[in-house]
Design a protein around this ligand. Structure first.
Ligand code: GEK
Length: 240
């Protein structure tokens, strides 16, 4: 049976104001939360499937790092169908992993409860970091990207999606306002938007696209491009 999904009303009360964590309450409403909080999330997943179709190499491994409930894991699986690939999702939140395993129990994917910094990544042709690098300690980012680069086969790709910041203050402010307008249009109240902003303040620190592309280059990738942006959310592809 599928795990029952709830509507996100976590920040209608202030009990979650000690900083955002991926606990059982969040796991229960996560599908609703991410769809109503990340503009273009559904389209990002469709493109992960398309990119997997284009870049998955036969009989290699495909990783979804920070898989939450496995939405991108399944996009990888659909995109690489028929190529004999091993699909692995990794997340360090026991609540997320428990739900993810229950939801995907009939699928041929492997779900591991592990810190992605400790994960053994090997023989990969596609690696996904869909809105996850932003939660990793800044000094660990380059270490993780270098590890992913080492694990990739020549011609393999990293798909990286992030909430981003902008160098120009006016643009930064406008993109934040547009994102908040999106959340309002999705039914979140001013109170919920403001409480979530405070909860994420020291947990999710967005960086500019220039910083991301420079870091991908430093990790060894021969090229990286932005293929999608909606307000302050963007997706990139980096090629080995
Ligand atoms: C999706 N990719 O639906 N190791 C493993 N997992 C981690 C770590 C870590 N060090 N840090 C955070 N996570 C998904 C959405 S959500 C994005 C990803 C968001 C996990 C964390 O437990 C959570 O499940 C996920 O990364 C981030 O396409 O909530 O904005």
């Amino acid at each position: 049976m599928l795990a029952r999904m709830g509507r996100d009303s976590i920040y209608t009360s202030d009990i979650h104001n000690n900083g955002f964590v991926f606990d059982d309450k969040v796991a229960h409403v996560f599908a609703d939360m991410i769809n109503r909080s990340v503009p273009g999330y559904g389209q990002t997943l469709q493109m992960v499937e398309l990119l997997a179709h284009e870049y998955a190499q036969a009989n290699t491994s495909l990783y979804d790092l920070g898989c939450s409930l496995g939405a991108a894991t399944m996009a990888l699986s659909r995109g690489a169908a028929g190529k004999g690939c091993h699909i692995i999702g990794v997340d360090n939140s026991p609540a997320m992993v428990e739900r993810c395993k229950e939801m995907l129990k009939d699928e041929s994917v492997e779900i591991l409860c592990q810190d992605i910094l400790d994960a053994d990544i090997q023989d990969a042709s596609v690696v996904v970091l869909n809105f996850v690098l932003q939660f990793i300690a800044k000094e660990q980012g380059p270490v993780l990207l270098a590890k992913i680069y080492q694990s990739l086969k020549p011609g393999g790709i990293l798909i990286l999606s992030e909430k981003c910041a902008f160098k120009n203050n006016d643009e930064n402010q406008r993109q934040i306002e547009l994102h908040e307008a999106f959340k309002r249009a999705q039914g979140y109240s001013e109170m919920e938007i403001s409480r979530k902003r405070s909860a994420l303040e020291n947990v999710l620190i967005p960086e500019t696209m220039d910083t991301h592309h420079a870091r991908l280059q430093q990790a060894g990738f021969s090229a990286s491009h932005t293929w999608f942006q909606c307000f302050n959310f963007a997706s990139m592809i980096a090629i080995k």
